[in-house]
Design a protein around this ligand. Structure first.
Ligand code: FAD
Ligand code: NAI
Length: 475
């Protein structure tokens, strides 16, 4: 007899495990299936985000930033450290510990919320009356019956055509997070979010990093003023970024990898690297899900087809996160997971895709929400822009990091905030104010009139809002 549940979630990444917790909170008998394992075979829930994405990348970004600070920024505080060294094995062990703490935390949360966890692969195995049959294979083999199924199977790295990842010379995100010794020459194909974050980590530790980007300019989705500033600051740090390139071949050798490409002028070029990170985007993952058994519709790019409410073509089957349209972000997956659980309960939640924030955790950080200047111009929207530099912010001076600025775009007529864009210290945290303001339909005048604590970096947000009306107080 199958184990019967109201809701079965396939995948325990941020989309899946959060959906399972919310479903259980709403009183549903809930199960969650995930196949990710630790080195010792124990379950490792948390998906890409916890195991080879958000969490380990931020752990390495912090370790490498500490190293960079000690070498370059501490002296001006009067702290002298001679010849600091980096123990890469210890840094990687700390990263593994942080990941394991998060795996354990998720297992605890599932248990606390009485979600039954199955460690293995979940696949559609037909129907039993109105219920969906789900077969679990692997560590905890089982047969489940579910009234509702939420598919949250995530995504996988995209490879260059004909160039397989070996995670020795040609690295995906997993390999990029586990290079055992700092490479002398590190190549990165794709100067997007992963390329910039992982390139920054290894550059800070001493690698000579060369990034090869197909598009003619860096970060086209970012507000043009911010992208320009970022390019300038990254170049100053020593990140070499070639845009407008076309990869012609990648040849891994025993100790290195050769990359042939055409440069922006169409001239043939060749470069040799110790390792090559390929970060050219990710593709949805639905393999081994038995999608064809159930008749689950998948589009030509591999995404599960869903409507605005995450409903698939099948009754009572939902899909969330990286496996469906929209930005591949952990917090977007979580919001969809919560909303689906609430819809199953008959509630009417709403996910506002226009206010999903983005953060790139380089140094300085880049963060934004809403529309960019180029999007507004293309849509013919009349707007005013207000900008305030961290160089004029007292807290930034005290921190010793005055790079970057906050930029707010507001409708010229109504003053409603249309976009908030930032580059600078801790903007990953500051962007939340922009998100809240936009969610509440705030005008720039509203932000400008809110009392901000002094001295804080957040005063730069208030000043940028004042700048929209041309009345900054500290510039
Ligand atoms: P996933 O996290 O991919 O989880 C899917 C889970 O389902 C996996 O555990 C998978 O093994 C499991 N699974 C798949 N098929 C089956 C099956 N048939 N049966 C059982 N289990 C199955 N996003 C951010 O918002 N902030 C960041 O800072 C950030 N940093 C990132 C850094 C890197 C290097 C990478 C690669 C990604 C990063 N992301 C970041 C993106 C983020 O990781 C994803 O958007 C997020 O993990 C998507 O969540 P998900 O639940 O849809 O899928
Ligand atoms: P990406 O889409 O951010 O960047 C890929 C880059 O590769 C683009 O600039 C693209 O023009 C370039 N490219 C594509 N094909 C190429 C080719 N053949 N040759 C050279 N360049 C090529 O994808 P990335 O960096 O792989 O990350 C995947 C996703 O993971 C992100 O889009 C994001 O959704 C998520 N992520 C989020 C993070 C965050 O929130 N901080 C951090 C890391 C990943």
């Amino acid at each position: 007899m199958p184990d019967t549940f109201d809701v079965v979630v396939i995948g325990a990444g941020p989309g899946g495990y959060i959906a399972a917790i919310r479903a259980a909170q709403l009183g549903f008998r809930t199960a969650c299936i995930d196949d990710w394992s630790r080195a010792d075979g124990k379950p490792a829930p948390g998906g890409t985000c916890t195991n080879v994405g958000c969490i380990p990348s931020k752990a390495l970004l912090q370790s490498s930033e500490n190293f960079e600070q000690i070498g370059h920024a501490f002296a001006e505080h009067g702290i002298s450290v001679t010849n600091p060294t980096m123990d890469v094995a210890r840094m990687l062990a700390r990263k593994a510990k942080v990941v394991a703490q998060n795996n354990d935390g998720i297992l605890y949360l599932l248990k606390k919320n009485k979600v039954a966890f199955f460690h293995g692969k979940g696949a559609f195995a037909g129907k039993d009356g109105q219920a969906w049959k789900i077969a679990v294979s692997g560590a905890t083999a089982a047969e489940l019956a579910a009234t509702h199924v939420i598919v949250a199977t995530g995504s996988k790295p995209r490879a260059l055509p004909g160039v397989a990842f070996d995670n020795l010379r040609i690295l995906d995100n997993d390999g990029a997070l586990a290079i055992p010794a700092v490479p002398k020459r590190l190549g990165v194909v794709g100067a997007g979010v992963i390329g910039l974050e992982m390139g920054s980590v290894w550059r800070r530790l001493g690698a000579q990093v060369t990034m090869l980007e197909a598009l003619p300019s860096l970060l086209p989705a970012v507000d043009a003023a911010i992208a320009k500033e970022a390019q300038k600051l990254f170049a100053r740090q020593g990140l070499v970024i070639h845009t407008g390139i076309g990869i012609t071949s990648v040849t891994p050798g025993k100790d290195d990898v050769e990359v042939d490409y055409t440069d922006a002028a169409g001239k043939a070029q060749s470069a040799t690297f110790d390792q090559l990170i390929v970060s050219i985007g990710r593709v949805p993952y639905t393999g081994e899900l038995g999608a064809e058994v159930a008749g689950l519709a998948i589009d030509e790019r591999g995404f599960i087809v869903v409507d605005d409410d995450c409903r698939t073509n099948l009754p009572n089957v939902w899909a969330v996160g990286d496996a469906v349209r929209g930005p591949m972000l952990a917090h977007k997956a979580e919001e969809e997971g919560v909303a689906v659980a609430e819809r199953i309960a008959g509630e009417k939640p709403h996910v506002d895709f226009d206010t999903v924030p983005w953060v790139i955790y380089t140094s300085p950080e880049i963060a934004w929400v809403g529309r960019t200047e180029q999007q507004l111009a293309a849509a013919g929207v009349d707007f005013r822009a207000g900008q305030f530099p961290f160089a004029a912010n007292g807290r930034a001076r005290a921190l010793g990091d005055t790079r970057g600025f906050v930029r707010i775009l507001a409708d010229r007529k109504t003053d409603r905030i249309l976009g908030v864009h930032m580059i600078g210290p801790m903007v990953s945290e500051l962007i939340a104010e922009g998100v809240a303001a936009m969610e509440f339909g705030a005008a720039s005048e509203d932000l400008a009139r809110i009392c901000h604590a002094h001295p804080t970096l957040s005063e730069a947000v208030k000043e940028a809002a004042l700048a929209v009306d041309g009345r900054t107080l500290n510039l």
